[in-house]
Write a protein that binds this ligand. Structure first.
Ligand code: ADP
Length: 477
């Protein structure tokens, strides 16, 4: 990947995840290396210190057994045996003056530290120090120790092992860290890309949808991870939007269709009257027809608005104690004449009182729509039965008829706005009655279900809770 491409991606989540991953990995590796380094160097220093202490013990024993001269000779021999550039010995008096030493040509820069002498004179067993000599690679570890109350031994040794270890460590550290950082960046980039690939798929789909293709869906990998959940939720949302858009389209078609007929009729009447009418009476009858058609249009538009307001909760519903049994009784009395006119028996079996919290006016409207349908779609000689059942929490109002019934295919769609079954097209209506009834039931926290057998009849069951739902009450407030 070119540097420019990499830079263009620096604001992406994958890039930042990779940086974090590589950063954490590098810091952890450095800490591990540091700990390892400290451990090894402390082991090396301990070993050097032990070797120096061993020399001091040998020289103490020699001094006690054979005297100062032997110690002086031993110092020269020991230094030559180990290498005069590796070890040196210096014998000091109490005032810190050297009175004997091994070959010191190589060690000229090494001074005698006054504070170390003082520490020994004040009771310390030994004093260690590490010094660096300018121009030399290896550090020198120095030990001061009392051989006797009047003789101090200063012994020094180059820390060659330490330097060798340090060089090797430096090489390994640089090589390993370079490899690890590259590996961490590679693995981090791979993992980050995998993690965000699902999100990118969602983004790509969203972009295609923005471009106008609502049929697109995000591929679900069936791994059950968060990305799958995101994709599934996104797809569900798209399904829902698609259904809603289809519904809106159908509804717009229906509205256009339902508005066109009366408007065309109004225009036709006006045109004919304008071109042919000669008397005031003809103009009056044109006005009456137009008012009638306008009223129908207004009723339709008002019902649509009412459904929308009821569904969205814009219109505040009253929340009062309602005797639903009383409302059902009143509705039946209201529709009794219409049923009689159509040769239909309207039977109403309701208890005297059945109370719930709700909006009486809206509930009346819901019952009227159901009863109107039952009478409208039942032929002469049929029976419409209205009944109420209740338990502690809800009331069930059932409107049953022995009418034309609804086919299974139509039954699932009867509550859609403007939907009218084929066999009912000859009857008056605009297909909004059941939508409004359902919106009112749902606004009360209830529901309406329908069961029907073609040519035998239909039953519409309204379930209403006795106590109104919380949002219903707040809407009222
Ligand atoms: P409409 O104004 O057409 O009655 P609705 O929304 O009230 O509109 O009803 C939608 C459709 O459901 C009706 O056109 C009719 O086909 C069907 N329908 C409703 N109630 C009944 C019923 N009781 N019996 C048979 N069909 C019914």
């Amino acid at each position: 990947m070119s540097l420019r491409k990499l830079l263009s991606r620096r604001s992406t989540l994958a890039f930042r995840l990779t940086l974090w991953y590589a950063g954490i990995f590098t810091v952890s590796s450095c800490v591990a290396f540091l700990l390892f380094y400290l451990l090894i160097t402390s082991v090396i220093q301990d070993r050097t210190d032990q070797e120096l202490m061993g020399q001091v013990n040998r020289f103490s024993t020699l001094l006690a057994a054979e005297g100062t001269k032997s110690v002086q000779n031993a110092a020269v021999i020991e230094a030559q045996a180990a290498g005069v550039k590796k070890v040196f010995f210096r014998l000091l008096s109490q005032d810190g003056q050297a009175f004997s030493s091994s070959t010191m040509a190589y060690w000229e820069d090494i001074t005698i530290r006054e504070t170390a002498i003082q520490a020994l004179l004040h009771g310390s067993d030994h004093v260690f120090e590490t010094i660096t000599i300018a121009g030399r690679k290896d550090e020198v570890r120095i030990l001061y120790a009392m051989l006797s109350p009047s003789i101090i031994l200063q012994v020094g040794q180059t820390m060659e092992t330490y330097s060798r270890f340090f060089d090797a460590f430096k090489g390994i550290f640089i090589a390993t860290m370079t490899f690890l950082i590259l590996l961490a960046a590679g693995v981090g980039w791979f993992m980050a890309r995998r993690a965000v690939s699902g999100v990118e798929a969602v983004t790509r789909t969203a972009q295609k949808i923005t471009g106008g293709s609502l049929e697109e869906r995000v591929p679900v990998k069936q791994r059950g991870d968060e990305i799958d959940q995101l994709a599934t939720t996104f797809n569900q949302m798209l399904d829902r939007i698609q259904v809603l858009l289809t519904e809106i389209k159908e509804m717009s078609d229906n509205i256009a269709h339902d508005l066109r007929s009366p408007v065309t009729r109004i225009r036709g009447i006006a045109e004919v009257t304008l071109t042919t009418a000669k008397s005031l009476h003809e103009y009056e009858s044109m006005s009456a027809s137009i008012i009638e058609d306008c009223d129908r249009l207004l009723a339709m538009i008002n019902t649509m608005l009412l459904i929308s307001k009821t569904e969205t909760g814009v219109d505040k519903l009253a929340c009062e104690k309602v005797n639903i049994a009383g409302l059902v009784q009143e509705a039946c009395e209201l529709f009794e004449p219409s049923a009689e006119d159509n040769g239909i028996t309207l039977s109403c079996s309701v208890p005297g009182v059945s109370e719930l919290a709700g909006d009486a006016r809206m509930l009346q409207r819901m019952l009227a729509n159901l009863l109107d349908n039952a009478i409208k779609y039942t032929s002469a000689g049929g029976v419409v039965t209205v009944s109420i059942a209740e338990n502690n929490t809800q009331v069930l109002v059932s409107v049953q008829d022995t009418g034309c019934g609804i086919s299974p295919a139509d039954l699932s769609r009867t509550f859609e706005r403007f939907y009218r079954c084929d066999q009912s097209r000859s009857k008056p209506g605009i297909g909004l009655g059941l939508s409004l009834a359902l919106a009112i039931a749902r606004a009360h926290g209830g529901d309406i279900t329908a069961a029907s057998v073609p040519n035998q009849g239909s039953t519409f069951m309204v379930t209403l809770p006795k106590t109104a739902p919380q949002d219903f009450l707040t809407r009222k407030a």
